[in-house]
Design a protein around this ligand. Structure first.
Ligand SMILES: Cc1cc2nc3c(=O)[nH]c(=O)nc-3n(C[C@H](O)[C@H](O)[C@H](O)COP(=O)(O)O)c2cc1C
Length: 352
């Protein structure tokens, strides 16, 4: 298993939408962790380019993440929301995008990673068919599946996953729930420590823990709870190698509160609260990727103008602890701090 060969049990989260770069993935892998590229939103040729660039920089393993496609939203389910956003678009001087469905080039990306396999292919937003998992494994990659509930963990294990990425509700970005059902929202989702304990009790598969981990103490905590490695996303967003926009870098460095919303993409995701979220969250339908495409031009305008109130500022609950430092240094510092935290915990368990 790749996880048993890592010098440092730290995995870079795939960070779609710009922050993931070959340079960031390479810096984490070369520092002894596991770097990841985010296949989501990229065209298949663009993903292929990024994989080539990362490989040229990396001496160790590389992970590639893919979005499992869902289903088109019911006809007309986005129209009221689109009408509501019209005024915001007019104020910003842009046209809203077409609220269309697509499969994020799933067949082409699956064909690509099976033809030219990275060490790990991870999946988010669902459990791929067993045939896809088998093809990925037969090509020589490990298949990792991201889960947010004990029930999804059982499905993923039964489908043949090599590793479960256990994503707690603290996590920045989209929740990787297999179904994005507003009826589940009231529960708030499972926090990472709860979910880890529940999933650990039901499977012997290796687990990678994600959500709200930005310190060495956080890394040590999930290892103690039975994870083989910690996966960090927001912690790396301020690294110089990340493609994070200036407006998002600035927001992450504050102590602003986060919340879950469908307002930007139609799928539940955690980001720093801003005006767009406050004004539109209550009206956003569960319609991904239709709403993602609808709001795309607005968000692009916000990013270009540096307007934090128009942008999806994806970030986990501990974002204010993210550090502005080169990724290799960050991996080394996290590992040192995790060792110290584990030793302190051990001493407390064996006093004297
Ligand atoms: C900007 C951003 C983009 C993300 N993109 C992806 C992605 O493409 N695929 C994925 O599986 N998870 C994605 N995530 C979620 C991460 O994989 C991970 O679960 C999360 O970052 C962990 O929580 P943390 O941000 O508090 O460390 C993203 C998270 C952020 C913050």
């Amino acid at each position: 298993m790749i996880l048993d060969r890592l010098a440092v049990p730290i995995v870079l989260a795939p960070l779609a939408g710009g922050p993931a770069t070959p340079e960031l993935a390479a810096a984490v892998s070369n520092a002894g962790g596991l770097g990841f590229l985010a296949g989501g939103y990229l065209s298949a040729p663009a993903l292929s380019d990024q994989i080539g660039q990362a490989r040229a920089l990396i001496s160790g393993p590389l992970g590639v993440n893919l979005f499992v496609p869902g289903h088109p939203a019911p006809e007309g389910s986005v129209s009221e929301y689109a009408a509501r956003l019209q005024a915001v678009a007019s104020r910003a001087g842009v046209e809203l995008g077409p609220a269309r469905f697509d499969d994020d080039e799933w067949p082409a990306k699956v064909a690509q990673v099976t033809a030219d396999p990275p060490a790990v292919v991870s999946f988010t937003f669902g459990c791929p068919d067993a045939a896809v998992i088998d093809a990925v494994r037969a090509a020589g990659s490990e298949a990792w599946i991201t889960v947010t509930t004990p029930a999804d963990a059982r499905l993923a294990a039964a489908a043949g996953a090599d590793v479960l990425v256990v994503q707690g509700s603290e996590a920045g970005g989209h929740r990787s729930s297999f179904t994005d059902d507003p009826a589940d929202d009231a529960s708030g989702g499972f926090g990472l420590l709860s979910l880890l304990q529940l999933v650990r009790s039901q499977t012997a598969l290796p687990l990678v823990a994600a959500g709200g981990i930005t310190t060495g103490a956080g890394v040590a905590a999930v290892l103690a709870a039975g994870a083989s490695a910690a996966q960090l996303g927001t912690a790396f967003l301020r690294c110089p190698e990340a493609g994070t926009t200036p407006v998002q870098r600035a927001a992450i460095a504050t102590a602003a509160p986060t919340a879950m919303t469908r307002a930007f993409t139609g799928r539940l995701a955690r980001g720093i609260r801003n005006r767009f979220m406050a004004e539109h969250d209550a009206y956003a339908p569960a319609a991904y990727p239709e709403v993602h495409y609808l709001t795309g031009p607005l968000r692009a305008t916000g990013r270009a103008a540096g307007d934090p109130d128009l942008v999806n500022l994806w970030a986990g609950q501990t974002h204010e602890l993210a550090r502005d430092m080169p990724a290799a240094q960050l991996v080394a510092a996290l590992a040192d701090d995790a060792r110290a935290a584990a030793a302190a915990a051990s001493a407390r368990l064996s006093p004297g």
